[in-house]
Write a protein that binds this ligand. Sequence first.
Ligand code: ADP
Length: 250
Amino acid sequence: LKKRIPEEGRKDEVGALGHSFNVMLDRLERSFVRQKQFSANAAHELKTPLATINAGIQVLRLEEAPTVADYEETLTTVERNVKRLMAVVDDLLTLYDEQDEGSIDAVNLKEMFDTICGELRFRFEEKQLEVDLHCELQTVQANPVLLYRACFNLVENAAKYNKDGGRIWIKTFAEDRGGKIVIYDTGRGIPASELQSIFDPFHRVNKSRSRKEGGAGLGLSIVKSIVEKHGWRVSVESVPEQGSTFTIMF
Ligand code: ADP
């Protein structure tokens, strides 16, 4: 891949062909680098919980006379990390599911967001978040399971990265041709330099801080892949320390 056709001075067809070939090689090389990076990230994300599980078991083995409490403690650690492993594997499977958008149905947006908010109720209460839902656009043709997953991820992030006592607005709008779902939050926001890569797999703005909050950095890449499967677009605007706005456009 390092080999390139020398281009200097050739303005004829052979030069043009060489140039196209070099451009293609550059693209291929960037794609290989991205795939290598992806595999390294995925391996790391799987290795961390496995190492914790292994450490827990080893500690138990080294105990001369493990008590019931020791077993309980190890079991809790193993259980927590198995759940984390399952979540990452599940996210990876969703992200790389090659199928198209699958079965399409009329999705009632108000009902869908009511269910999402119900599932996230404890998170909202924990941070005393105020959540407003307003659905001007009532329904959209989509795969119900996939749309739920994408919207869940966005609302969950709006809660996760919000401040205590913050707000979340969920709005749907009808437009001439299509419509949009907009999710606003009053959270920490995203620096302008990060907005380009925010939808990349495993991308987290502040790695150590985000890790504590439990994410592997796959949520937004899943949103993007679901939205694109439907032929839609997703965008983000954000002001650091003030909040973020994610928009899905049909
Ligand atoms: P994670 O599992 O880390 O939440 P995501 O792909 O959902 O992964 O998000 C990637 C990163 O983008 C997060 O780690 C966080 O830093 C940032 N982010 C996502 N949504 C928001 C938001 N609403 N407000 C501020 N930062 C956000």
